[in-house]
Ligand binder design. Sequence first.
Ligand SMILES: [Zn+2]
Length: 501
Amino acid sequence: MNRAGSGGPAGLAGLLAAAVLLAGCTADDPDPAGNPTPTASASTEASTEVVHDDGPPTPVDDPALDVALSEPVEDSVYPEVGDPGVDALHYDLDLHWAPTGRTLDALETLVFRSTADAERFQLDFSKVLTATSVTLDGEAVEFEQVGKDLVVHTPVSRDQRYSLEIAYAGTPQPAAAPTTRRDFNTTGWTITDDGETWTMQEPYGAFTWYAVNDQPADKALYDFTLSVPAPWVGVANGELESRTTEGEDTVTRWHLADPAASYLVTVAMGDFEMTRDESSSGVPITYWTPRDDPATVRGLRATPEALDWLEEKLGPYPFPSLGILLVDSRSGMETQSMITLGSTPYTTLPEVIAHELAHQWYGDEVTPDDWRDVWMNEGMAMYLQGLYEVDHGDEPLEAKMDYWASFEPRLRRESGPPADYDPATFGEGNVYYGPALMWHELRRRIGDDAFFALVRDWPQAHEDANAGRDDYLPWLEERTGLELSDFFDAWLLGPRSPSRD
Ligand SMILES: [Zn+2]
């Protein structure tokens, strides 16, 4: 996530930079060849029937699902969300959105591994949605909705895999976010005045629109089938496999080939136009921008250069494709391989794009196994954003670090140490700037070559995996040959900011 509008200094600097950017903007027309022509249905039959067309089901024992095996744990910061009894492997989400009635009609198929012998299991699932049928391996099972949980009453065995199918419907409502940030106070499925939808759901909130083990420790694969009245279109993570018109609906199928934590999932339904682009290394890029505001795509044209810059630092981009989706939000989110950005001057700046791109390695490829370690995402993304800004601006690196250090103690005082923060202040500046300064201090200690080798190797050594501080910090000590526990404790857990060298 970016720091839009909530960090004080960064927000103001961002707005000033945005003014400069807009003033210096030159014409860069979107590639019209890349835009598929929407086909409005010629059918005059008004049909309210929802067609769920899933294709062949994923076999529960498919070894291709093994990449999504996880070790879910009860989250130490938000223990009320997620269930360590469930290891989700694959979500197949077949979603139909009716903008006029604001109704989501869905069929979900979840393949999961039970991590324990149990008489029941549960998923996070909004109480404003109604599950109408639940089957396990094709057999109807007893279930109940208790608060924000869907509890399935049927015995499951440790390490057995199951296919759970849930039919549900309703008008999703976003959930209260455990934060004091100014750029968002709810998470999850959000409906605009026009009936368009989008979602940002960190640290949780996926449960506002599907039944999910909504915690970072449980990565899973995804397939989406999204139906919405044409010419609107549904956009999601991964690669667009097909786009057809069926009856009055646009139907898109999306496949996410690498496992993702639920907070990195995105779906939006709206009147989007697609524009194609490509990085120098050949990563296919698509932009999904409002059809009625074609100028917005210009700002996103910084993406290939930012990706080139990051690949130079971090190695090859970890996923098959990249997208950027512009929605009616005030924040920005590193949703896996389809970044979701609010349509604001700040959240579409090149450095914010670079920040969310950096998360594709730090956060998405390697993901914290507990929200206490969100600093592992934001510290490195913020540091790389700072380096990107230095490379593309006039401010010397040391001046930028001095500036960050000037307000970092206040953030630590307000929201707690970066790795022991107040749960009610998720994603505040303390998890960004303190850890970013820590990385800069480590770089000064060990030198550029050793530092950037670490930066590059950590995500590559943990591809598609989860990891926490108990993995990361010993790895850093082993790689550097230094005893760094006092250094890390001071930066990550100290109530006061350490002095800098
Ligand atoms: Zn971030």
